[in-house]
Design a protein around this ligand. Structure first.
Ligand SMILES: [Zn+2]
Length: 397
């Protein structure tokens, strides 16, 4: 039997929009419709009484509650220095990035990962909050390097002295500029991509290992307190771009939710991230054909589907199924060890602020591409229409 999870994101914005009573009744009706095993709950800026009431409802329905926790961006507990982008591509944040980046309270302003490695206070405060709320796990989000949607200058390493110092110490050489390498080598399409992988091999490993180490800090803390740690990861096709190596990370957590968003024109959505990445390359005078070939080679996606996305800003729902197969093949060890290690995250919302509207047809296509698999209903239960939950419940039975 597949296992189901659901995300519930509550902030003062949602509270103002829906009110406590509607939130509770929406939760209760969802729990009637689908037998959820896990809930990823984000509650920044809310009073504990209401949150505790929601957790009580979830627990009374035998739902395991994870505190959804921001790590390297928009983490209110962190006082780490900010990520310093490449100085060679200064204007990309405005030229080609996500226009809504700083709307709706989600800044996606990244911390320097090297500084974060020493930010014990931020980690401790997250666990304190989890204990106060009586939940049994942390669900770590934004545990990555910045995405294409942040702007091309953020592709690579933070350029601060600590990051370049750590790199020098580990690899005995100066920190290369990943964005500069990509811009230069993408002109040779697929051939350029293999050169890029060679040229940036150490930097790719450095970035992946840094994220692995940060997960390790949370994992060690969680173990001491008898808690679990889950990870909210980008789809495998995007993992190189954001330094989330599934093979490595499977050893550092208790469950993973790959974000397999084929429709969302928002951060982490495959349409937005690939559109922006390719657009950046073409803005740097890489011909579109080569930009697509380069992106295809480093992501594993087809040139044709990437090209269609440049026109239509969407992928087929079936991509969620094939990306999930990739995630499974990269997490073989953990899948042997845990019953429910992977949850395919699909965005089932009708979200006016992000213009993401999942129709009946989208929903059915998603569920058939992931037939028999564990699924997480994303991004936010409050914006998931009942008919999409009904569709899930039919798939369950
Ligand atoms: Zn740094």
């Amino acid at each position: 039997m597949p296992s189901y999870a659901v995300q519930l994101m509550l902030s003062p914005v949602e509270l103002g929009l829906f009110g406590k009573e509607t939130i509770i009744s929406k939760l209760l009706s969802a729990l009637e419709l689908v037998r959820f095993e896990r809930c990823f709950l984000s509650v920044y800026g809310l009073d504990s009484d209401f949150v505790l009431e929601l957790i009580k409802i979830l627990k009374s329905h035998e739902v395991k509650v994870s505190l959804w926790t921001m790590v390297l961006a928009d983490n209110p507990y962190s006082s780490s220095e900010l990520f310093i982008p490449s100085n060679k591509f200064k204007n990309f944040k405005n030229l080609v990035s996500w226009k809504k980046m700083e709307e709706g309270g989600e800044q996606f302003s990244f911390s320097c990962p090297s500084h974060y490695l020493k930010d014990e206070k931020a980690v401790a405060l997250s666990f304190d909050r989890a204990r106060q709320l009586g939940v049994d796990s942390l669900f770590l989000d934004r545990i990555r390097y910045p995405a294409p949607s942040n702007g091309f200058e953020y592709f690579g390493s933070c350029r601060c002295s600590q990051c370049s110092g750590r790199y020098k110490e580990q690899y005995g050489k100066a920190l290369p500029d990943m964005a500069e390498n990509a811009a230069l080598l993408a002109k040779d399409g697929a051939k350029g991509a293999s050169l890029f992988m060679k040229e940036c091999r150490d930097l790719i490993a450095f970035r992946n290992n840094t994220i692995y180490e940060i997960c390790g800090i949370y994992r060690a803390n969680a173990k001491k307190q008898g808690m679990e740690v889950g990870l909210d990861l980008f789809a495998p096709a995007l993992s190189l771009l954001v330094a989330q190596d599934y093979k490595l990370l499977q050893g550092q957590c208790d469950f993973i939710k790959p974000m397999l968003y084929t429709k969302a024109n928002a951060v982490a959505g495959l349409p937005l991230e690939f559109y922006v990445f390719v657009k950046n390359l073409t803005a740097l005078e890489v011909p579109i054909k080569q930009a697509l070939a380069f992106t295809s080679a480093i992501s594993g996606l087809g040139k044709e589907e990437l090209s269609k996305n440049m026109d239509n800003r969407t992928f087929e729902e079936a991509l969620a199924g094939s990306e999930f197969i990739k995630a499974k093949s990269q997490c073989k060890k953990a899948l042997q060890k845990y019953n429910n290690f992977l949850y395919a995250g699909i965005e089932l919302v009708n979200h006016p602020a992000y213009e993401t509207k999942i129709s009946d047809r989208n929903c059915k296509n998603y569920l058939s591409s992931l037939s028999g698999e564990n699924i997480a209903a994303c991004w936010n239960l409050l914006h998931i229409p009942d008919k999409n939950l009904e569709c899930m419940s039919m798939a369950e039975n």
